[in-house]
Write a protein that binds this ligand. Structure first.
Ligand SMILES: [Zn+2]
Length: 284
């Protein structure tokens, strides 16, 4: 199918904090946006606890501005919900909010965290998406928002947690062509990349001051993470892209199908990954 005849797809990534979607799926989002598809990022919390010197509303305002700047890098929508950072609960009101959100965006594809993760906000974001998954098709739930005819495909973003089972990808996406865009998005989250996370991990003194130096430092610190994904799941890369191209990929993002989304999600993967249709075995 050529780009001209291809239907527009909608990708909805739902992360716990401003920067989670960028970390897990910024490359895929950039490829979607570049191909003319719709992308919508959501942070379920406003990030108002993610700093050692700032807190509350001033920090939430700063992080919202960072999210908007990240969205502008690749031209996508970004919604930051006004839940407190570090205090997210898988409550009925929050479930209703996620049901409403998914119905309004009408995604073909939803990305989120896995339910086992070090951060409670990540865990409960995942739980909220899973709790909303089937309910988005039930007319009597959140009746004011028109229900969906079918569940979207739901995929988990990658992580390195081992229990109760390690991340097992069903899809892997080379992001070599969009690594700079992904890092440029992360670069907008200065409060996290250059302040809070280095402080929290004892590396605050390593962070350079200049903008150009920081962007280079970010590349050195984060690009290896995406090389590690490519290397760890190299067999999947060669299965999808063939030995020659699969071996040459340096940076990747990987995604694992959830059982709670579309009923036959594997049948839909080729439809959902058209940016790679020419190069992948995903298209029959
Ligand atoms: Zn997070």
């Amino acid at each position: 199918m050529t780009p001209d005849t291809r239907p527009t797809l909608t990708l909805l990534a739902i992360g716990a904090h401003p920067d989670d979607c960028e970390l897990g799926a910024g490359g895929l989002a950039a490829l979607y946006a570049r191909a003319g598809h719709r992308v919508h990022f959501v942070a379920v919390t406003n990030g108002d606890a993610g700093h050692h010197e700032l807190a509350g509303a001033p920090l939430a305002r700063r992080r919202r501005a960072e999210a908007e700047a990240a969205a502008a890098v690749i031209g996508i929508a970004y919604t930051v919900l006004d839940n407190h950072d570090g205090e997210l609960e898988p409550s009925l009101p929050n479930r209703r909010a996620i049901i409403r959100l998914i119905r309004e965006v009408r995604p073909d594809l939803v990305l989120t965290h896995r339910p086992n993760d070090y951060h409670p906000d990540h865990r409960y974001t995942s739980l909220l998406v899973q709790d909303a998954a089937y309910m988005v098709t039930v007319p009597g739930i959140v009746a004011a928002a028109p229900h969906l005819a079918a569940d979207p495909v739901i995929l988990y973003m990658s992580d390195s947690f081992q229990r109760p089972y390690p991340f097992a990808p069903d899809v892997i996406v080379p992001i070599d062509d969009v690594l700079d865009a992904k890092l440029d998005m992360l670069h907008q989250h200065a409060s996290q990349m250059y302040e809070w996370l280095p402080y929290n991990t004892g590396r605050a003194r390593d962070v350079p001051l200049g903008d150009v130096e920081r962007r280079a430092w970010l590349h050195a610190r984060y690009a290896p993470r995406f090389t590690e994904i490519a290397d760890r799941y190299r067999a999947l890369l060669t299965t999808f892209y063939g030995p020659a191209q699969g071996d040459s990929v340096r940076y990747a993002e990987a995604f694992e199908l959830s059982e709670y989304g579309a009923s036959s999600p594997r049948d839909e993967l080729a439809r959902l990954f058209p940016p790679f249709a020419d190069a992948t075995g995903l298209v029959a």
